[in-house]
Design a protein around this ligand. Structure first.
Ligand SMILES: [Zn+2]
Length: 119
């Protein structure tokens, strides 16, 4: 997955299609069962995007711990294949090439060829 925390992404599938937001968190996928249970599964990587994939969580009071209760609207993780990185140079959702020429991985916009990360 080439999406990182702080990136601007655009949703390209689902009910929030067309929305843009900043990536707040990247959730690494896990195998849920089988021989590789618990290990990293890139097919299930997800991202939490500000203002996208909102759910209403019905939070009950639990014991004596002081927590926010009631109906809480919050973001749920969305699969990384349903969002695309927005290039800061050409302002379009794009895929990326990886440039390793400087010894550091740099993401490069496939549409305009400009680097997204710093060299
Ligand atoms: Zn670009």
């Amino acid at each position: 997955m080439y999406i990182k925390t702080g990136d601007l992404v655009e949703v390209v599938r689902g009910k929030d299609r067309g929305k843009r937001g900043e990536v707040q968190r990247v959730v690494r996928g896990k195998f849920k069962y089988g021989r590789r249970k618990g290990q990293h599964d890139p097919d299930h990587d997800r991202v939490v995007v500000a203002g996208v994939n909102l759910i209403v969580k019905h939070q009950r009071a639990t014991g004596r711990v002081q927590t926010q209760t009631g109906r809480i609207t919050r973001e749920a993780p969305i699969h990384h294949s349903n969002v695309m990185l927005v290039c800061p140079h050409c302002d379009r959702p794009t895929r990326v090439n990886i440039d390793r020429s400087t010894g550091k991985k740099v993401r490069v916009c496939k549409k305009c060829g400009q680097p997204i990360d710093k060299y």
